[in-house]
Design a binder for this molecule. Structure first.
Ligand SMILES: C[S@@+](CC[C@H](N)C(=O)[O-])C[C@H]1O[C@@H](n2cnc3c(N)ncnc32)[C@H](O)[C@@H]1O
Length: 272
């Protein structure tokens, strides 16, 4: 598995990963502040998907281009844009179809864990960024359970934990389906520093997630909406679901929707 294309998610990505109203704008404002961007800043998003991060930039008139491995995800994004659309390109993060120094700020949100050769992704981002002065923002949303205390976690968070424990017990931990690397793995920072960057870790925005119940979390695993569930053998997945359903049957609170908090966390590399 070289990279995980989201072709199969194009039809349900927005419905299952969308932010609550106002959150994407708050994230944009956090990125603009952290990168000290202006209207002349050339953004390039690697793994732009259906535009969850990009759309508020485009709505505000920023110069914003994007690349994605998935033609289907790009088609969904294209469908949301007026005729005069920004530069959207099908391409691979490990071989970016852009010239040296093409952009001022590179952005990759929830991408590095999907790319086996994540080091090539960082090298390519470095190549296509202006120097000096280029910046690369690697970012992602915290998992719902990272922001809940261990005791008295709400039912949807407990459902996520139950799923992880079930998969670990079956010898197929969640990460098995992810060929790349976690954003906050020290190897990411080390690679960026080896490329000459100054690296900072930042929380760029806080927000409320759309309300969700434990049963909805479980339905997401049934429907395999997360990329970490795609590569698992069907028999293992079916056994894990049976165990999750047994857990759900004992959950005292399966149908109450909870509004959980989330944070948008980033690793920002700067080349002076
Ligand atoms: C989890 S989605 C994130 C999309 C968007 N950044 C967001 O936050 O909503 C990851 C995206 O990265 C794309 N992707 C995965 N591997 C890639 C690669 N090697 N090159 C370009 N895009 C890639 C997938 O197709 C998918 O659209």
């Amino acid at each position: 598995m070289q990279s995980v294309s989201f072709d199969r998610a194009a039809g349900f990505y927005d419905a299952t990963r969308g932010y609550a109203p106002g959150s994407a704008e708050r994230i944009r404002d956090g990125i603009v502040a952290a990168t000290n961007a202006s209207r002349s800043t050339r953004f390039l998003e690697i793994g732009i998907g259906t535009g969850r991060i990009a759309l508020p930039f485009l709505a505000a008139g920023y110069r914003y281009a994007g690349v994605d491995l998935s033609r289907a995800m790009l088609r969904v994004l294209q469908g949301k844009l007026p005729g005069d659309s920004p530069q959207l390109v099908v391409g691979d993060a490990t071989r970016l179809p852009f010239a040296d120094g093409h952009a001022d700020v590179g952005i990759a949100v929830h991408v590095l864990h999907l790319v086996a050769d994540w080091r090539a992704t960082l090298r390519e981002a470095y190549r296509v960024l202006r120097r000096p002065g280029g910046q690369l923002l690697l970012a992602g949303d915290t998992g719902a359970d990272e922001d809940s205390p261990d005791l008295a976690a709400p039912a949807p968070v407990q459902a996520q934990r139950a799923w992880r424990e079930i998969l670990a017990a079956l010898g197929h931990p969640v990460r098995t389906g992810q060929p790349g690397i976690r954003l906050h793995d020290p190897a990411v920072r080390a690679e960026l520093e080896a490329l000459g960057a100054q690296v900072h870790e930042l929380d760029l925005a806080e927000y409320e997630r759309p309300p969700i119940s434990a049963r909805t979390v479980a339905r997401g695993y049934h429907d395999r909406i997360y990329s970490s569930d795609w590569a698992r053998p069907d028999a293992i997945h079916a056994e894990a679901l049976a165990r999750l359903d047994a857990w759900l049957a004992t959950c005292p609170d399966p149908d109450t929707p909870y509004t959980l908090r989330g944070r948008f966390r980033a690793v920002l590399a700067r080349w002076e």
